[in-house]
Design a protein around this ligand. Structure first.
Ligand SMILES: Cc1ncc(COP(=O)(O)O)c(C=O)c1O
Length: 385
């Protein structure tokens, strides 16, 4: 019988039961009146935006956020009718497409407002927007003074309507909470100013994953979890984090085995020189799939439930593994690069540590060439502290 690995030698498995579990863990941190805007930008952190968003919608999520217009349009084309907020900065030329797909913009500076207001006049009802105030991320958003001078503008009542006021926290997963408290203080004072200008804004949102756990004061009426949905967090060890289950596993398959003598070399520039007769397994995954070249010599994979090291430089489409110390292995055998095999596991946060980055980058980096396979059955052994 043809196995999945023969058809797809390298693939990611997305455990939708784990996604639902993580969502339920997030909900446990929130008051019943606090809504959730699921962050599905960057292809839902590599998990596949369309399937992930639909799976979350089946779990009752009604609000989604993406980074860019094209990400929002792709979700609309895939039939997602829920609210989709575009977090990233927009250009005036993008306004017609934004409205055509009923996507909700985050407005971070005033330049786009006249164009947006003009286009919104053709809409049957005031067009929802979210305003972003910059409180310390040093990135997108109105300064508090700029926002204040905008609050009396009649276009914010009609043809536009402020559905949300937001800021982004720079250090919610840092060791010191002082900067976050300061950002939240600025946000609260902007909120107060908006109220004094007669504005009632339904969705007030500041909290990413870390802030959901750590700063209940940051929840307001809506939170914006990304990473925790996918089963990871970057909280400092002093903070007790919810139990989460990693959603994505990454597998490949041994496509060739070879033996090289002592002194034989492997991969570009011959940086690996065998110190003993060495058995090598070749896997069809490389940096073009998001398996970083920086993992050369740092990474390991799981074969038969045991760790085996990458040797030689990671290539565009292949990596080589030293399987000398394993028992007999065969071509066609499945190898786990992220996930669990037997009693051993390697999750994206460990891969991130090997190359001094964060699990976000490992997950988002998994490229379009890697097919995603969606599983719905629960896999309890994948509990992840
Ligand atoms: C504006 C905004 N909100 C929320 C998130 C989600 O953050 P996290 O994945 O840490 O939950 C992000 C992600 O970068 C973001 O840019």
């Amino acid at each position: 019988m043809t196995s999945i690995s023969t058809l797809l030698p390298t693939y990611a498995t997305i455990d939708l039961a784990a996604l639902a579990y993580n969502l339920s863990q997030i909900k446990r941190c929130l008051s019943p009146t606090c809504d959730i805007m699921a962050i599905v930008k960057a292809n839902a952190y590599g998990h596949g935006a369309v399937e992930t968003a639909h799976a979350l919608a089946r779990q009752g999520i009604k609000r989604f956020a993406v980074a860019s217009l094209d990400e929002g349009i792709a979700l609309r084309h895939a039939g997602l009718s829920a609210s989709i907020v575009v977090l990233g900065a927009l250009l005036e030329d993008q306004v017609p497409d934004l409205l055509a797909h009923q996507l909700t913009p985050v407005i971070s500076d005033g330049h786009i407002l006249p164009t947006l207001a003009k286009a919104a006049r053709s809409q049957p009802a005031p067009y929802p927007i979210h305003l972003k105030v910059e409180t310390g991320m040093g990135r997108l958003g109105f300064s508090p003074e700029e926002l204040l001078s905008l609050l009396d503008d009649p276009i914010l009542r009609n043809p536009l309507q402020i559905e949300g006021l937001m800021t982004h926290l720079a250090d919610a997963d840092g060791t010191d909470s002082a900067f976050t408290e300061r950002q939240l203080g600025i946000f609260r004072s902007m909120l107060e100013q908006a109220r004094q200008h007669g504005l009632t804004i339904p969705f007030l949102h500041t909290a990413n994953s870390a802030a959901i756990v750590r700063f209940p004061d940051a929840h307001f009426s809506l939170v914006r979890p990304g990473l925790m949905l996918y089963g990871y967090h970057t909280l400092p060890p002093s903070i007790s984090a919810p139990n989460l289950k990693p959603v994505l596993s990454l597998q490949s398959t041994i496509v060739q085995l070879r033996s090289i003598p002592s002194g034989g070399t492997v991969s570009y520039n011959r940086t690996f020189v065998a110190q003993r007769p060495t058995r090598i397994a070749v896997l069809p995954i490389g940096y073009a799939d998001g398996y970083s070249r920086r993992l050369s010599y740092r990474g390991s994979v799981l074969i038969q439930g045991r760790r085996a090291p990458i040797i030689g430089l990671v290539c565009m489409d292949m990596i080589m593994i030293d399987v000398t110390d394993l028992g007999p292995v065969r071509v066609g055998e499945i190898v786990t690069l992220i996930g669990q095999q037997g009693g051993e596991s390697i999750w994206a946060d460990e891969v991130a540590d090997w190359i001094d980055t964060i699990p976000y980058e490992i997950l988002c980096g998994i490229g379009p060439r890697v097919p995603r396979i969606y599983e719905t059955a629960a896999r309890d052994e994948r509990d992840h502290e």
